[in-house]
Design a protein around this ligand. Sequence first.
Ligand SMILES: O=P(O)(O)OC[C@H]1O[C@H](OP(=O)(O)OP(=O)(O)O)[C@H](O)[C@@H]1O
Ligand code: HPA
Ligand SMILES: [Mg+2]
Length: 173
Amino acid sequence: MFKVTDVMLSEDQIKVKVYELAKQIERDFKGEELLVVGILKGASVFVSDLIRCIDLDVNIDFMSVSSYGNSTKSSGTVKILKDLDVDIEGKNVLIVEDIIDSGLTLSNLVAALKTRNPKSLKLCTLLDKPERRKVDIKVDYIGFVIEDKFIVGYGIDYAEKYRNLPYIGIVGE
Ligand SMILES: O=P(O)(O)OC[C@H]1O[C@H](OP(=O)(O)OP(=O)(O)O)[C@H](O)[C@@H]1O
Ligand code: HPA
Ligand SMILES: [Mg+2]
């Protein structure tokens, strides 16, 4: 039986970091338009908090890709379940993820989106778990680098549960 055994990052720690990331993004895209792309479902909570701290002309869109299903291991393949509604050619695109683990989700996504000729393509993740990386990936904005624990909350699930926790918790037996 899995349950949440510890808090890794509190609601307050997350709030401070989200604000810092938003201000970095604001500085980097000053005077530019920006399309923020949230990757469903995990990034939904993070991206909603993030955009509300970014004081720029921001558009938002979502993509849904899935590699984990109901398991704690990536299947290694990424399925596009919902594509963008808008054409990104000539636009500044910021992909927002909740967590980068193996890196497979994002590297597949970046490869797909690059072929659409955006003006720029940058990556932002709240959490980075570098120990489990299978593919190299350059991330422009990272909230927290975390150790190799299976975590949930703030949008992140285990078997579709716990996404509504306001903090990041560690799942144990
Ligand atoms: O770097 P990776 O090993 O690819 O793992 C990271 C991805 O896995 C999770 O999504 P998941 O596919 O489980 O779907 P979800 O966002 O709907 O929970 C998470 O939200 C990231 O998108
Ligand atoms: O630690 C994790 N927890 C939940 N989903 C995930 N997807 C990649 N890593 C994780
Ligand atoms: Mg996800």
